[in-house]
Design a protein around this ligand. Structure first.
Ligand code: ZN
Length: 624
């Protein structure tokens, strides 16, 4: 297939259907979609009749099954509308469908909200009994999780008050967003040719990776000084967010916000603290990386605005390829995952899952969207460069996770957690990187190693640095203090000194950076980037080691007892990984990962990642 003409000026209707995802796999026609919407409204009314009667096991089962049926349908209704809107924001029909779907979704949430609270108030013995009842096997994990959280649920009237309070307590985050995205004005700056350039949150990262150092420097100062101007307001909005989280934590009987936030996914506080400790024990390679960048770029001083500049602008161009070639590369790179994986991958690449090219009005970036009972959908804006190949591998990693889990699990257990979400995607990225590295020339190798090191720097080191900052600010809130801009700025500078080491010249303006991180308004979220990436690295390393071992001739004496690769003794790394992909959301994330051989309660997966960072850094040093 030849590449069709595409891009921001090409209308959606001019992109041939063969390059678009098949929306009709969800509903054959819009008429079918309308019918589904009408049918769903009837089901909402039917569910109403179960209200107040869930003590009766048969009515409870009926209600849970009805909720699943509705939820599965609403997933389809919503996806049908939103996928079309994402493909072309200017499509008026798609906008109308999305509006209607949002309304139905809100009605659905409202209609099912009584189920959780009624189940939670069932006697402990009855819950226990239901959990072990084969009729409720689809809901065993759901019931177990409700039971676990039960002591943190308040009596009905108090819960109702808490629900109402949420509109008021979210003001910190709302005010932050309004200030940053609407009221804040960023200056016009100059690039190296003296031309005017724009700095804003929208283009900041693009400017930071430019080879124009003047543009980078002016962007950095322009952005940081703007935030500095609003520092007291920004500290106050963050105080608001943290205090509100603390309020809900305390009224629900938790010691503090960290404990409450981690409990949502049953993650122990020791994992969070251990993660920070492990990173601190491995800061030396990061210091060395910064020094290497400084020396390679030939700068006397290496500033925060130099952190994102690639070491080689050359390497990436040589990966230019068509979409069909990118698919071949990804398939070859993922061969170690075995035939079943490759077959599913092939299905995804050829059966209308992917919307490949950019067109006018299409959403930027990329994502994978699993639709249970149909198939996953992948939005791409494919460009002929390495990052697009890597994105293809990444998004299809999500897709196959959704695909396998929806095949193996009932609807109620199919949805994987946020904690596990980036594992399947990053494992693919890592396998692709190793495949490309093994075939690369020197320039390409420099590019690829730099890609990997930057990924670990920004996804593991930097996110744990953020996680540590969150611990600091929430501890202050626990002690009854408020957050002061000046103190946060000082802490931030010190933290950067610790993480990046003596190679980085710290401009005092960097002390405003904490105030621009939107994730701080979603407390205790960012550490999941680091754990997800580390789990993926541990998986890909185990899979590649195993595949390398298989290709060596193993003397018979080695194949006896104790050989971890002997299938009679234990499952192989690939088998365990595939089992994890099929497990979806059937258990707690940490259990699923541990079962598959990655124990995040131990420092091992993070250590494996940071040791790989040090190894790749050494390889890069030798090439430069
Ligand atoms: Zn992802």
């Amino acid at each position: 297939m030849n590449t069709p003409s595409h891009g921001s000026k090409v209308a959606r209707k001019d992109i041939p259907a063969a390059f678009q995802w098949k929306i009709q796999d969800i509903y054959a026609t819009q008429e079918e979609w309308e019918k589904a919407c009408t049918a769903l409204k009837k089901l909402i009314a039917e569910l109403e009749t179960c209200k107040g009667s869930l003590k009766d096991a048969s009515i409870l089962l009926q209600a849970l099954q009805l909720r699943d049926r509705m939820s599965q349908e609403i997933d389809k209704i919503y996806a049908y509308a939103r996928l079309q809107q994402d493909a072309d924001n200017g499509d008026v029909n798609a906008q109308a469908l999305s509006g209607k779907a949002e309304g139905i979704l809100a009605a659905f949430y409202n209609a099912v909200s009584f189920i959780d609270s009624e189940v939670t108030s069932l006697p402990k013995e009855q819950l226990e009994q239901l959990k072990n009842d084969p009729l409720f096997s689809d809901y065993s994990f759901y019931l177990e999780d409700l039971e676990r959280m039960r002591e943190h649920v308040l009596p009905g009237e108090q819960e109702a008050i808490l629900a109402q309070s949420q509109l008021a307590t979210g003001t910190g985050a709302l005010a932050f967003r309004a200030l940053v995205s609407a009221d804040m004005e960023f200056p016009v700056i100059k690039d190296r040719n003296g031309n005017d350039a724009i700095v804003s949150e929208g283009c900041y990262m693009l400017n930071m990776s430019s080879d124009d150092r003047v543009l980078r420097k002016n962007s950095f100062f322009g952005l940081m000084n703007t935030y500095h101007h609003y520092r007291n307001t920004l500290a106050a909005t963050l105080t608001g967010t943290c205090r509100s989280r603390y309020f809900y934590a305390r009224v629900r009987g938790y010691q503090n916000s960290m404990e409450a936030s981690l409990a949502e996914e049953n993650i122990p506080v020791s994992l969070y603290n251990g993660l920070i400790q492990t990173i601190h024990a491995h800061l030396k390679p990061l210091h060395e990386y910064i020094t290497l960048k400084k020396e390679t770029l030939g700068y006397d001083e290496f500033h925060p605005y130099d952190l994102y500049v690639p070491l080689s602008q050359e390497g990436e161009k040589s990966f230019s390829c068509t979409f069909a070639e990118a698919c071949e590369t990804v398939k070859n790179a993922l061969q170690p995952l075995g035939q079943a994986y490759i077959e599913a991958l092939q299905k995804g690449m050829t059966e209308g899952w992917i919307d490949i090219y950019e067109n006018k009005g299409k959403r930027s970036g990329a994502y994978s969207w699993g639709v249970y009972g149909v198939h996953p959908y992948v939005l791409l804006n494919f460009q002929p460069r390495y990052n697009s190949i890597s994105t293809l591998a990444h998004e299809l990693g999500h897709s196959l996770h959704s695909y396998f889990s929806s095949q193996a699990q009932p609807y109620a257990k199919s949805d994987y957690s946020i904690f596990c979400a980036e594992v399947a995607s990053t494992t693919n990225e890592n396998l692709l990187l190793e495949y490309a590295l093994a075939r690369a020339d020197k320039t390409q190798k420099i590019f690829l190693l730099n890609q990997f090191l930057e990924a670990v720097r920004t996804t593991v080191y930097r996110q744990v640095q953020f996680a540590e900052f969150e611990k600091f600010i929430h501890d202050k809130i626990t002690m009854g203090e408020s957050l002061q801009a000046e103190e946060l700025g000082k802490y931030w500078l010190e933290s950067n000194r610790t993480y990046y080491g003596p190679g980085l010249t710290i401009d005092k303006e960097l002390g405003s950076e904490w105030s621009r991180i939107p994730h701080f308004h979603t407390p205790f979220y960012v550490y999941k980037y680091a754990t997800g990436y580390s789990a993926a690295t541990a998986f890909s390393e185990a899979i590649l080691n195993e595949s390398a071992d298989k290709h060596q001739t193993v003397p018979p004496s080695n194949a006896g007892s104790g050989n971890p690769l002997n299938p009679c003794q234990s499952a192989s790394a690939v088998e365990k990984y595939l089992k994890f992909l099929h497990a979806g959301g059937s258990d707690y994330s940490l259990n699923l990962l541990k079962e598959a051989g990655v124990n995040l309660n131990s420092p091992q997966p993070v250590q494996v990642t940071l040791e790989k960072f040090a190894r790749k850094l050494k390889e890069l040093k030798e090439l430069l």
